[in-house]
Each structure stands twice: as structure tokens, then as C-alpha cells.
Ligand binder design. Structure first.
Ligand code: ADP
Ligand code: ADP
Length: 226
């Protein structure tokens, strides 16, 4: 039950910038939805409203059957992976991955099991004692994914997670994130400005322009505007 629904959602930033206009979107449980469009079209704002990092100006957001407009980020059953990974520099990989669970008072042995399992899935078991500065870009990206996985959220939100990687690694991580989606069997909402990335990863593509959704379709049914 992790359907995500936006109904008539608007976001108006101070200074009267309408970043998202009348957004209507239904994301089914277990879908891999990609929000795509040029820089500034409102993708990130949409994702951040789903995460609760940005207040909704008007309209309604549901996750499952629950109205989420006023629910704190930590109570939304989501996890978000950021472009800059947002790892804590003073903590080891293990501590970075464990932190969200520790905050939630999960018992230590349970945390340990989850961290090691996620590290195994992501092939970073050998890095658990390192600090982020001693990792490559690709490894940091895996740790950021690991930190999300251990929480076992119903919905994964990803904001341009591959844009800081070189081209070769980006292609490799695309495949890995698609595999991860199949393995975790949960809802992914993924933001990118990269058309190819969108088309190869998404089961459903949402094309945005100037704060408005232009198309919602399966990748093979998306048409290009002239
Ligand atoms: P995208 O993710 O597609 O690049 P954003 O959602 O980041 O687009 O931005 C959409 C629009 O909202 C842009 O015009 C941007 O300048 C504006 N915007 C984003 N964040 C803020 C903010 N905190 N204050 C004012 N305007 C913002
Ligand atoms: P959650 O986002 O579910 O609270 P996190 O482990 O991601 O769990 O974050 C824990 C706390 O640390 C939150 O209050 C969050 O706002 C804050 N936080 C997240 N990323 C950073 C960061 N890079 N630097 C400092 N604080 C952060």
C-alpha cells in the first residue's frame, strides 16, 4: 500500500514563483516513475513535496490512503537519496547507514543485521569502516543508497542521484538501481533531466515543463515535442 497521489498540487515560492502548477499524478505501488524535464521545470520541487521537505501551497498529497500534507518527513515512510549524497563526513560508512535507524531507537542487533545485509546487496561490505572522504564517487553513491535501504521505506525518492558520476559509472549504476528496484519490489520515484536515463530506467515517465505535467506514459509511448 504505497500508492502516491498528488491532487491539484501547486507550489508557489516566496516572490510569487509558481514552481508546480496543478499537478495531478497517481503513482501505483511498486512502479518506477521517472520525472523528467529541463532544469527548472519543477521536478525537484515535486519530489521534495512528496518527501515533506517542501510545503505544499495548495492541493493534496496522499501516500497509501493517508493525507500527508501536514505529516513530518520522518513519519512518511519514505527515504530520499540526494544528488550530493548528503553523507555525514565525520561518521564511518557503517555509522552513516545506521544513523536513521538509531534515531528511531531500533535495537542494535537489528541495526547491525540490516546494515550488513544492505552492504552485501550494494557490495560495500569492505568499506564499512571508512569515512566518506576515503570513498570514490560511485562508492559514496552506494552508501547513500544503503542508508535508504536499511530503513525499508515504502517509497524511495531519488533526486538526480547519478549526476555526479562519470559517464561510464552512470550507465553501470542505472542498471544497478533498476535491479535494486526489482529486488526491493517497492515504489521508486526518480528525478532526472537526462532523457536516456529516464527512458532506460522508468516503467512510467512523467514529462514536466514550466511547472506543468505534459505527458504521463510508458517509455515506449513517450513522444518528443518538436
Ligand atoms: P528542477 O528540479 O526541474 O530543476 P526545481 O523544482 O528545482 O526544478 O525548480 C522549479 C522552479 O522553482 C525554478 O524556477 C526554480 O528557480 C524555483 N525554485 C526552486 N526552489 C526555490 C526556492 N527555494 N525559492 C524560490 N524559487 C525556487
Ligand atoms: P531522516 O531524514 O529520516 O530523519 P536521516 O538519517 O536521513 O533520517 O537524517 C537524520 C537527521 O539528520 C534528520 O533530522 C535530517 O534532517 C538530518 N540530516 C540529513 N542529512 C544531513 C546532513 N548531510 N547533514 C546534517 N544533517 C543532516
Amino acid at each position: 500500500m504505497a500508492k502516491v497521489v498528488l491532487k491539484n498540487v501547486y507550489k508557489v515560492y516566496p516572490g510569487n514563483v509558481t514552481a508546480v502548477k496543478d499537478c495531478n499524478l497517481e503513482i501505483e505501488d511498486k512502479e518506477f516513475v521517472v520525472l523528467v524535464g529541463p532544469s527548472g521545470c519543477g521536478k525537484s520541487t515535486t519530489l521534495r513535496m512528496i518527501a515533506g521537505l517542501e510545503e505544499i501551497s495548495s492541493g493534496e498529497l496522499y501516500i497509501g490512503d493517508k493525507l500527508m500534507n501536514d505529516v513530518a518527513p520522518k513519519d512518511r515512510d519514505i527515504a530520499m537519496v540526494f544528488q550530493n549524497y548528503a553523507l555525514y563526513p565525520h561518521m564511518t560508512v557503517y555509522e552513516n547507514m545506521a544513523f536513521g535507524l538509531k534515531l528511531r531507537k531500533v535495537p542494535k542487533d537489528v541495526i547491525d543485521k540490516k546494515v550488513r545485509e544492505a552492504a552485501r546487496i550494494l557490495d560495500i561490505e569492505h568499506l564499512l569502516d571508512r569515512k566518506p572522504k576515503a570513498l570514490s564517487g560511485g562508492q559514496r553513491q552506494r552508501v547513500a543508497l544503503g542508508r535508504a535501504i536499511v530503513r525499508e521505506p515504502k517509497v524511495f525518492l531519488m533526486d538526480e542521484p547519478l549526476s555526479n558520476l562519470d559517464a561510464k559509472l552512470r550507465v553501470q549504476m542505472r542498471t544497478e538501481i533498476s535491479k535494486l528496484h526489482k529486488r526491493l519490489n517497492t515504489t521508486f520515484i526518480y528525478v532526472t533531466h537526462d532523457q536516456t536515463e529516464a527512458m532506460t530506467m522508468g516503467t512510467k515517465i512523467v514529462v514536466m515543463k514550466d511547472g506543468v505535467i505534459q505527458q504521463i506514459a510508458a517509455p515506449q509511448d513517450i513522444y518528443e515535442h518538436p
